[in-house]
Design a protein around this ligand. Structure first.
Ligand SMILES: Cc1cc2nc3c(=O)[nH]c(=O)nc-3n(C[C@H](O)[C@H](O)[C@H](O)COP(=O)(O)OP(=O)(O)OC[C@H]3O[C@@H](n4cnc5c(N)ncnc54)[C@H](O)[C@@H]3O)c2cc1C
Ligand code: SF4
Length: 494
C-alpha cells in the first residue's frame, strides 16, 4: 500500500506550486509561490524513492526525517506528517519557504541525480505545517512540570527563538531580550515579505509567548541593560545576537547621500510592510520609487534588495557583481526570480567611485567627481575578468584597465555582507573570547562560550549563515543548557 503511493518519479514530473506572474508579484510584497492543493502535495510527495540511505536527510542541517513525512503526506496522513516534521524542526514552514534547498536537501536528492528532477521537499514541508496551522494542530508548548531555573536569551532571531522553544518544553523560565520592537530577528526585519510573509513569523512569536516565553523588546543589551545584569538575573545566558556590522567600501564619496546600507534599506521596507511610520522611507531616502537603483553585491541580501526596489517602483534596477553568474554566492533560484521581475545583472563589475552633486552653500549646480559630494548621481564601474583561483579555490576578479564607465544612479545600496559587532567591547566583558574574525568562540557541540553558563549560537558564532543552521544551534544549545542547569542528561532528553 505504502509503496504503491511512492516511487512515482518516473510517471509524475516534478512540479513546484504555481508561481505568480512577474507582472503581478512585482506590484506587492506577498509571497510569490501559491500553496500546493492537497492532491498536488500528495502527488509530489509520492515521487520520493524512499532511499535506504536518504542523502536529503544527511544534507539537511536538522537531519529532518524527510522520507517519512513525504510518505505520510502521500498517504494523506497529514497530522502525523506534521508531528514527524516538527519533532526535528522548530519552524518547518519557515525553512520550507527560505532554505536554499538547491544547496541542501533537494540538491542531494537521488532522483535529481538520476535526471528526473528533485522531489520538491521544501514546498511539501511548507505545505504540511501551513496545513497544521489551518487545522489548529500547532499549539503552544505545555511543559509537564514547571522548573525554577531561568535562562536569559539575548536576541530574538531564529537561533534564540529555537532555543527558547526547546527550553520551555522542558519547563525552564525563559526571557528573551531584543533591541528591536518585534521578535524574529532577520526573519522579521531582514528577509522581505515576498520570500517570507510577516504573519508567518508573527504567529510563531505569539505561539512562544502563549507558551510562557517572556519577551523584553526595545531593549538593547549593553545600553538599556548590561550583560552582567542579565547574568545576575538568570541561571544561564544564551547569546544569539546575529551579525549586523556592514562591510563597507573605501571609495570616494561612499558616504554621499543616496548611498545606503542594505540592512537599513530592507529594515525600512519591512517596517512599511507592517504599516509602521518610517520617516526615512517617507522622505525618500530609503525608498527606490522612480529612481535608478544600483545594488552592489551578489549574495542573498543583494537579491532581496534588487527585488524590493522593483516592488517600490524603481525606474531601473541594476545589480553589480565582481564575479560571474556561476561564481555568485546568492541562490540561482533568486537570480532567476529577480531577472523575471526586471532586474539587470551586470556581471564582472565593481564600483570604482561615486560622483554626484554638491548642494548647499557650495552649490555649483554641476556634477562633481571630487570627494565630498552631497548626493550621488553616478557610479564609476570597473570591469573585471576572472583570474587564477585564490586560497579558497575561487577565481579572483582582476581589473581590466581602461574599461571603466559611468552608470547613472540616484540610489546605491551596499550589500557587501555583514560582520560581528565587537561584543566584548560593547558589553564590557573581557572574559568573552572571540575569534580573529570577531565571532564569539563557542564549543562546536555544546555551544558553551569561554564563560561558564554562557552559551552562543547562530550568526554571532558562525558568521553570516542560514536560518536552518541558527535553528539547529539553538536546539542543541537548549539541550546543553538543560544539562548544565540540572546536571541531569535525562531532563534534556525528555
Ligand atoms: C537580507 C537577508 C536575507 C537573508 N535571506 C536568507 C534566506 O533566504 N534563507 C536563509 O536561510 N537565510 C537567510 N539569511 C540569513 C539568516 O537570516 C540568518 O542566518 C539568521 O537570521 C541568523 O539567525 P540568528 O538568530 O543568529 O540572528 P538574527 O536573525 O540576526 O537575530 C539576532 C537578533 O539579536 C538582536 N540583537 C542583536 N544585538 C543585540 C543587543 N545588543 N541587544 C538586544 N538584542 C540584540 C537583533 O535585534 C536580532 O533580532 C538572510 C540574511 C539577510 C541579512
Ligand atoms: S529544513 Fe531546509 S534543508 Fe532541511 S528539509 Fe527543510 S528545506 Fe530542506
Amino acid at each position: 500500500m505504502a509503496t504503491q503511493k511512492m516511487l512515482k518519479f518516473v510517471s509524475t514530473p516534478r512540479e513546484m506550486p504555481e508561481k505568480r506572474s512577474a507582472a503581478e508579484r512585482s506590484e506587492d510584497f506577498h509571497e510569490i509561490y501559491r500553496e500546493f492543493a492537497a492532491q498536488k502535495a500528495a502527488e509530489q510527495a509520492g515521487r520520493c524513492s524512499q532511499c535506504g540511505v536518504p542523502y536529503c536527510q544527511t544534507h539537511c542541517p536538522l537531519h529532518n526525517n524527510i522520507p517519512d513525512w513525504l510518505r505520510l503526506t502521500a498517504e494523506g496522513r497529514l497530522e502525523e506528517a506534521y508531528r514527524v516534521s516538527q519533532s526535528t524542526n522548530t519552524f518547518p514552514e519557515i525553512c520550507g519557504r527560505i532554505c536554499p534547498q538547491d544547496r541542501l536537501c533537494e540538491g542531494n536528492c537521488v532522483i535529481e541525480q538520476s535526471g528526473h528532477g528533485t522531489v520538491t521537499i521544501g514546498a511539501v514541508e511548507k505545505y504540511i505545517t501551513d496545513t497544521a496551522w489551518e487545522n489548529g494542530w500547532v499549539t503552544p508548548r505545555a511543559p509537564v512540570q514547571e522548573r525554577s531555573e531561568s535562562v536569559g536569551i539575548i536576541g530574538a532571531g531564529p537561533g534564540g527563538l529555537a532555543a527558547a522553544d526547546m527550553l520551555r518544553k522542558q519547563g525552564f523560565q525563559v526571557t528573551i531580550y531584543d533591541r528591536y520592537d518585534r521578535a524574529g530577528g532577520l526573519l522579521t526585519y531582514g528577509i522581505p515579505g515576498f520570500k517570507l510573509e510577516k504573519d508567518v513569523v508573527m504567529r510563531r512569536n505569539k505561539l512562544l509567548e502563549d507558551g510562557g516565553v517572556e519577551f523584553v523588546l526595545n531593549c538593547n543589551v549593553g545600553e538599556d541593560i548590561s550583560f552582567d545584569a542579565i547574568r545576575g538575573k538568570h541561571d544561564a545566558v544564551l547569546i544569539a545576537t546575529g551579525v549586523y556590522k556592514t562591510r563597507d567600501l573605501e571609495l570616494d564619496n561612499a558616504d554621499a547621500g543616496g548611498v545606503v546600507r542594505a540592512i537599513d534599506y530592507l529594515t525600512a521596507s519591512n517596517k512599511v510592510d507592517f504599516g509602521d511610520d518610517v520617516p526615512d522611507y517617507e522622505d525618500g531616502e530609503l525608498n527606490a520609487n522612480g529612481k535608478r537603483v544600483v545594488v552592489i553585491g551578489g549574495g542573498d541580501t543583494a537579491m532581496d534588495c534588487v527585488r524590493t526596489a522593483i516592488r517600490q517602483g524603481a525606474q531601473s534596477v541594476k545589480c553589480l557583481y565582481r564575479r560571474d553568474r556561476a561564481n555568485m554566492p546568492g541562490s540561482q533560484r533568486e537570480v532567476q526570480n529577480a531577472e523575471e521581475e526586471g532586474v539587470e545583472f551586470v556581471w564582472l563589475s565593481a564600483p570604482g567611485s561615486f560622483s554626484g552633486h554638491v548642494t548647499g552653500e557650495a552649490a555649483v549646480a554641476q556634477e562633481a567627481d571630487v570627494d565630498g559630494v552631497d548626493q550621488v548621481a553616478s557610479v564609476r564601474i570597473q570591469k573585471m575578468r576572472l583570474g587564477a583561483p585564490d586560497v579558497s579555490g575561487r577565481q579572483s576578479p582582476e581589473l581590466i584597465e581602461g574599461a571603466d564607465y559611468d552608470e547613472p544612479a540616484d540610489l546605491v545600496i551596499k550589500a557587501l555582507g555583514f560582520e560581528p559587532e565587537d561584543l566584548p567591547k560593547l558589553w564590557g566583558v573581557d572574559g568573552l573570547e572571540v575569534t580573529r574574525w570577531g565571532t564569539v568562540k563557542a564549543d562546536f557541540q555544546t555551544h558553551q562560550t569561554s564563560i561558564p553558563g554562557v552559551y552562543a549560537v547562530g550568526d554571532i558564532v558562525r558568521g553570516a549563515s542560514l536560518v536552518v543552521w541558527a535553528i539547529r544551534d539553538g536546539r542543541e544549545a537548549a539541550e546543553s543548557i538543560a544539562n548544565f542547569l540540572t546536571g541531569d542528561a535525562r531532563v534534556a532528553a525528555q
